[in-house]
Design a protein around this ligand. Structure first.
Ligand SMILES: C[S@@+](CC[C@H](N)C(=O)[O-])C[C@H]1O[C@@H](n2cnc3c(N)ncnc32)[C@H](O)[C@@H]1O
Length: 354
């Protein structure tokens, strides 16, 4: 039984009333992880309060925590892990271990491990893993330590002088490896990595069963992540051979509810979508269809505004040097810069249709 199933089975009413969960975002881009989390909380209308946010760490309390939230949080890309808070204390409060109790959440699990998540080089003088581990053993003698394949994992996270201990709820299985560009039947140098594609989809606040469009779909990276999340997908791509390659990718992963159309997105052949997410063509992929990027953006904004309803999102990436035009169609909600190499920094722009 995984921690996730375990918690689903045993979460008691009293726990649900005020559950605290801490999230540890990926070190490469913690701000993006936090933005994704906020987008997910917004999508599913979740009542929450941020208790602490600091770099890679975020502690949130939820009223009426629902097990379904764990499935929503699994959507997060830039998140290393998340855990239900069990205990927190400061480094000089060593006595607080004595109050450590994990009530009867653990009656049905047999094995556990305690792991420390390190995100910086700060060394702790005290080995909290073994202290917490032996305390658990003392309270639940039948609970076996299994470092290789434990049923429950307790994680310890230290930030400033505070130590947080939680029951890990994250599912580490099958994350990105089998979907990275080189693992797909068809890829090109511009193929996006699944982690970034997924974050873009999350920022667009799309829900399962809704329709997402990528008007410059290339090899289908954004679409693959959308379909993995049960979001319906339409990709538009100018070049026939790229459409064929992208279709192979979707079939390879046995994905459902996708459609690739060979067309020119300067005249989008569609009427509506719930979100538009794309990586705009630039460099050699941009062809000579438009004179300069500003005209191109104005044109594209106009096209995309016609298929989005008020309140829906348009998320796109473009080089940092591109100036985003002021239009009446969209407001800029947030942007994130991603350094690619010396000559290219990309920007993720999150726009809301007004
Ligand atoms: C930056 S790439 C997209 C990469 C894609 N996200 C991926 O991971 O493979 C842009 C794509 O837009 C396509 N493209 C360029 N102009 C287009 C147009 N007017 N209509 C549709 N597709 C176009 C290019 O052929 C290219 O495949």
């Amino acid at each position: 039984m995984t921690s996730l199933q375990f918690l689903q089975n045993t979460l008691k009413q009293s726990d649900k009333e005020l559950t605290k969960v801490f999230f540890i975002f990926s070190g490469d881009f913690p701000k993006l992880g936090y933005s994704e989390l906020k987008a997910i909380l917004e999508i599913y209308n979740i009542d929450y309060k941020v208790l602490c946010i600091e770099n890679q760490f975020c502690l949130i309390s939820f009223k009426n925590f629902n097990e379904k939230y764990l499935i929503f949080f699994k959507r997060l890309a830039y998140c290393k892990t998340f855990a239900q808070l069990i205990l927190s204390f400061s480094e000089d409060e060593s006595e607080s271990f004595m109050t450590f109790s994990i009530h009867d959440l653990f009656n049905s699990a047999k094995s556990f491990a305690v792991r420390r998540i390190s995100v910086n080089t700060k060394k702790l003088n005290i080995n909290y893993e073994s202290i917490i581990g032996s305390k658990i053993k003392q309270l639940y003698p039948k609970f076996i330590v299994n470092l290789n394949d434990p049923e429950l994992i307790f994680i310890i996270f230290c930030i400033n002088d505070s130590i947080f201990v939680g029951l890990e709820l994250y599912d580490h299985s099958n994350r990105w490896n089998d979907r990275r560009p080189r693992s797909r039947p068809f890829f090109l140098p511009f193929s996006l990595y699944p982690k970034l594609s997924r974050a873009l989809v999350n920022l667009s606040r799309i829900k399962e069963e809704q329709m997402l469009i990528d008007p410059f779909c290339g090899t289908g990276s954004i679409g693959i992540e959308s379909c993995m999340m049960n979001v319906n997908f339409i990709g538009i791509e100018l070049k026939h051979w790229i459409c064929i390659g992208a279709s192979k990718n979707f079939s390879h992963f046995n994905l459902k509810n996708w459609f690739i159309s060979q067309a020119d997105s300067l005249k989008i052949p569609l009427y509506e979508a719930n979100s538009v997410v794309t990586d705009l063509p630039y460099g050699i992929t941009s062809s000579n269809l438009y004179k300069n990027h500003e005209d191109f953006l104005i044109y594209i904004f106009h096209e995309i505004s016609s298929i989005l309803h008020k309140g829906s999102f348009f998320v796109f990436m473009c080089p940092k040097s591109w100036k985003i035009p002021d239009t009446n169609y969209f407001i800029l909600v947030e942007k994130h810069e991603i350094y690619v190499h010396r000559n290219l920094t990309r920007v993720i722009n999150v726009l809301k249709r007004c």
